[in-house]
Design a protein around this ligand. Structure first.
Ligand SMILES: Nc1ncnc2c1ncn2[C@@H]1O[C@H](COP(=O)(O)OP(=O)(O)OP(=O)(O)O)[C@@H](O)[C@H]1O
Length: 509
């Protein structure tokens, strides 16, 4: 049999399957083959129903027909296209469109500090695994998704693999909203997950705080694992990498450390700027990077600035970072902010009228973490008062939160000082090992506020609180977020403290 193009093969395969239900037939007809990657056919479909049908009832027939027309064995990987932030968001961008997308992004997003960067393309592949240095048992259990919201097919990724990879189950491409500010980067991230180490290696993502860099990294991990379950993926913050390295030296396990990191296929290393000036860690990362790159393994790096502006790094390292693709994320425009809030509300099953989402989105513009924080507070308040969310109550709840970020400087020490004062204790006690009820509550609220109101990463917040592990901060964040919706007292404490902190920050400024 003659070999057909992917599109032809797909069209012919579709003609061979019988689909009784009209709706299912229509959505399957609207499904598009995106790429054939070593026999894995990536399909983008507009509806979950089509995905299910293709993966279950039609899988055998379709793979057999496709194998016949393509003259090799195939397997299918189906993604549901995102609900559009705008019309162009409807499908995962094929790898070949990246240059166009970059041009689009440059046209529609404000110019970035990195305009001088050019992208250089290389090829490669990656592996890895690692013992868990930083996810404790309780946190692992709490991270296991009850029903993982994975982007692409193969939803049966073993949850323990996600835990080993340190992937946050919520940070997938499914839950990521694409707009002009991140379209190119999001497409590059998908391309890297679809063809690890062959598309862009390393992929270097930079941009301001709370703009989705970490989310995209995790999404790469999820998507890659859904396509290639055999790969070893690992997400690691650069603080965790540093701690891991220091511990390995202290405990005479350097060789084990190197082996673990060099077995990785896709290394996702977040906030690389934190290893600047840590000479030994930088040196070790340099070797890890080289070893992985040489072995054709994928590396994805994020930073708050482009490589050229990374202070304290040697030139040889900065030039390594520039070997692959440099790409940035910008603050989202209003439409994208609204779309992000809509998606968050949908995922959290929150009923919020459009004018409320528009109100929040129009007033918080620079940091998506703050945007989420505002929605959480409004939801919590509505829950506690058993009230529907409306514009009036939103304005009331957010009146102290929505301020001009240029007019204030909120630091962790200010948050800790105010929290200690509010609870009638001291900053030393907040940082101590004391686990009395009141101190645990105060500490967790202060950690939550640090996460919401400052740019500090989880490990950096942990450090402020007497050198605690970042998983403790993660736990506190989750705990307070939930408690706020259930306990009036916690909601009031968080609201009152935010008010005091913002006022003090303005006065200090
Ligand atoms: N485009 C987006 N769609 C949906 N959610 C988003 C998007 N961008 C960011 N978020 C959400 O905003 C929050 C902050 O994002 P994230 O932690 O990825 O930012 P970051 O750029 O890594 O920040 P930092 O540099 O401070 O670590 C997360 O909860 C993330 O899910």
């Amino acid at each position: 049999m003659a070999e057909y193009s992917l599109q032809d093969a797909w069209n012919r395969a579709l003609r061979e399957v019988e689909i009784e239900n009209d709706f299912v037939r229509a959505v399957i007809k609207a499904t598009r083959p995106l790429a054939n990657i070593s026999g894995t056919i990536l399909l983008a479909t507009p509806h979950e129903i089509a995905k299910k049908a293709i993966e279950n009832q039609l899988n055998q027939e379709l793979t057999a027909a496709l194998a016949k027309y393509l003259a090799h064995d195939v397997r299918l990987a189906v993604s549901v296209e995102q609900p559009p932030a705008d019309e162009e968001d409807r499908s995962p961008a094929p790898v070949t469109n990246l240059h166009e997308l970059r041009n689009d992004q440059e046209k529609s997003a404000p110019p970035s500090s990195s305009a001088e960067n050019t992208d250089v393309f290389t090829a490669a592949d990656y592996p890895f695994t690692a013992e868990d240095q930083y996810v404790n048992k309780a946190e692992q259990e709490s991270q296991i998704p009850s029903g993982p919201r994975l982007v692409v097919s193969n939803p049966e990724i073993d949850p323990t693999i996600l835990v080993e990879a340190h992937l946050n189950p919520q940070y997938t491409f499914d839950s990521f909203v694409t707009g002009a500010s991140n379209r190119f980067t999001s497409a590059a991230a998908r391309a890297v997950a679809e063809t690890p180490a062959r598309a862009y290696n390393p992929l270097f993502i930079y941009g301001g705080s709370g703009l989705g860099k970490t989310h995209l990294m995790h999404a790469i991990g999820h998507y890659a694992l859904s396509l290639y379950p055999e790969l070893k993926v690992k997400y690691v913050s650069s603080e965790a990498f540093t701690n891991d390295f220091i511990n390995s030296i202290r405990e005479d396990r350097a060789e084990q450390f190197q082996r673990r990191y060099r077995e990785i296929d896709i290394l996702l290393i977040d906030d690389i700027q934190f290893i600047q000036d840590k000479e030994q860690t930088m040196e070790e990362f340099f070797h890890t990077f080289n070893a992985l790159h040489t072995a054709n393994k994928q590396v994805v790096i994020t930073s708050d600035v482009p490589p050229k502006k990374l202070q304290g790094f040697e030139d040889r390292m900065r030039s390594r970072f520039e070997m692959g693709l440099l790409t940035d994320v910008q603050p989202p425009d209003l439409e994208t902010r609204i779309a992000i809030l809509q998606k968050k509300a949908r995922l959290d099953k929150t009923e919020a009228p459009p004018e409320v989402l528009e109100y929040i989105a129009s007033r918080i513009s620079t940091n998506i973490r703050e945007l989420e924080g505002a929605l959480i507070r409004v939801t919590a308040s509505a829950n506690l008062s058993n009230q529907e969310i409306d514009l009036h109550m939103t304005e009331m709840v957010l009146k102290d939160i929505i301020t001009d970020p240029d007019d204030e400087e909120i630091t962790p020490s200010l948050i800790m000082l105010e929290t200690a004062d509010y609870f009638g204790t001291t900053v030393e006690a907040l940082c101590s090992a004391d686990r009395s009820r009141m101190l645990v509550d105060a500490r967790q609220i202060a950690m939550y506020l640090c996460r919401e109101l400052t740019d500090l990463s989880l490990p950096a917040i942990g450090k402020e609180f007497g050198g605690r592990d970042h998983t403790t901060v993660m736990h506190a964040n989750k705990k307070i977020r939930n408690s706020m919706t259930q306990k009036r007292q916690v909601f009031n404490q968080v609201s009152e403290l935010t008010n005091r902190i913002k006022q003090k920050a303005r006065r200090r400024y």
